[in-house]
Ligand binder design. Structure first.
Ligand code: ATP
Ligand code: FE2
Length: 343
């Protein structure tokens, strides 16, 4: 465990079994796409977060390969998370899994493994919406009570606010997710999946902005026109200039829409969550916009930006009283269809 992680968990001792009666240990499994992750929470505190991400040597994620990766690694990742927490499977009070949205074969692995464990140990099983888990882990670590939430990942790009028991999607992408756009452009520049970190590194080496289509439609954004435009630049402009200009364009679009959401909804704070929230530049832009309007901005720890099991465990814990009848996977599970009863 590296030092950043140690600071986040702030404990490395075995739980005191004598006083654990009032504590709820939740084990959460994430398997919607490329990552198999297992997190464990002790009430609302994360005590383990282990994962492995499939990194194809060429091309994108093939669903069957993701499922095989998850099946192969499930026992090892579960063991690593248990070892880190000092718990045994029999100590777990609640199991949670990512119910969707995601890739069907990958989702099935998390559902099957967690169903097996909950049956074997006779403990409750909670199905968690993956997108909401990205929001809740961000709220946990930023301690912001009611922020506008910019959720930016591979498959999703949404601007979300909480209202009356629902996470309302105030704006979103009309086509592909921002991470998907970055990964597609990356692939054309021979950068393997996930391209985000490498594009960020390249972008830092340029200050030469190439004008690109800036595509906001009301509160929504669209990336496919930018994809076509940028594809034509590859081979003619430097990868550094393309990466820099791409980041500046798409991040500005999203920060502009987020600001509008804050203004419309009278919210005075912003968080950015999801895999792309690991990017320093988008956080800088978010912080700058918030400062200008006297609002609060807090960056989430990088550890919890991308897909992880901790966010599933924690959200499962929040949902512990839910009575769920349908625990089937939901590949198209939308953020705004979940009733939020714990807020
Ligand atoms: P979701 O189901 O929430 O859409 P996901 O399957 O896309 O999740 P995440 O781990 O949330 O998984 O996000 C992965 C995405 O984040 C990838 O597209 C990746 O390129 C992008 N990403 C990771 N790090 C960075 C970074 N530093 N800058 C920009 N993008 C990044
Ligand atoms: Fe995700």
């Amino acid at each position: 465990m590296h030092t950043e992680q140690n600071k986040i968990f702030q404990r490395n001792i075995k739980p005191d079994k004598g006083s654990r009666d009032s504590l709820i240990y939740t084990l959460g499994i994430e398997s919607t796409a490329h990552t198999f992750g297992v997190g464990i929470s002790e009430n609302d505190k994360i005590i383990a977060n282990e994962r492995d991400t499939l990194k194809p040597t060429s091309g994108g994620i093939i669903p069957r390969e993701a499922a095989m990766h998850h099946f192969k690694l499930a026992p090892e990742i579960i063991k690593r998370a248990l070892d880190k927490s000092g718990l045994k499977l029999k100590d777990i009070d609640l199991f949670a899994f990512s119910q969707g949205p995601g890739i069907i074969p990958a989702l099935k692995v998390g559902a099957q493994v967690s169903t097996f464990l909950s049956n074997k140990y006779k403990k409750k099983l909670i199905g968690v919406n993956h997108c909401i888990a990205h929001l809740e882990i961000a709220r946990l670590y930023t301690k912001l009570k009611d922020p506008v939430m910019l959720y930016v990942s591979g498959g999703n790009t949404q601007i979300i606010t909480y209202y009356n028991g629902t996470y309302i999607v105030f704006g979103e992408t009309q086509d592909i997710g921002i991470g998907n756009l970055i990964d597609k452009i990356g692939r054309r520049m021979d950068i393997p999946f996930p391209a985000g970190p490498k594009i960020e590194e390249l972008a830092k080496k340029s200050k030469n902005y190439i004008q690109m289509p800036y595509s906001i439609k009301g509160m929504d954004v669209s990336f496919s026109g930018i994809e076509t435009f940028v594809s034509k630049l590859i081979g003619h402009q430097s990868v550094e200039d393309i990466s820099f200009s791409l980041q500046e364009t798409v991040f500005s679009m999203l920060i502009e829409a987020s600001e509008r959401a804050m203004s419309y909804c009278l919210k005075d704070s912003l968080i950015i969550t999801g895999g792309v929230a690991a990017n320093k530049r988008i956080n800088e832009m978010g912080a700058k916009m918030c400062k200008a309007r006297n609002a609060e901005f807090k960056q989430i720890p990088m550890e919890f930006a991308g897909d992880n099991g901790a966010m599933i465990a924690y959200t499962g814990y929040l949902m512990k009283e839910y009575k769920q009848e349908d625990l089937r996977i939901k590949p198209k599970f939308r953020t705004d269809t979940v009733e939020i009863k714990y807020r």
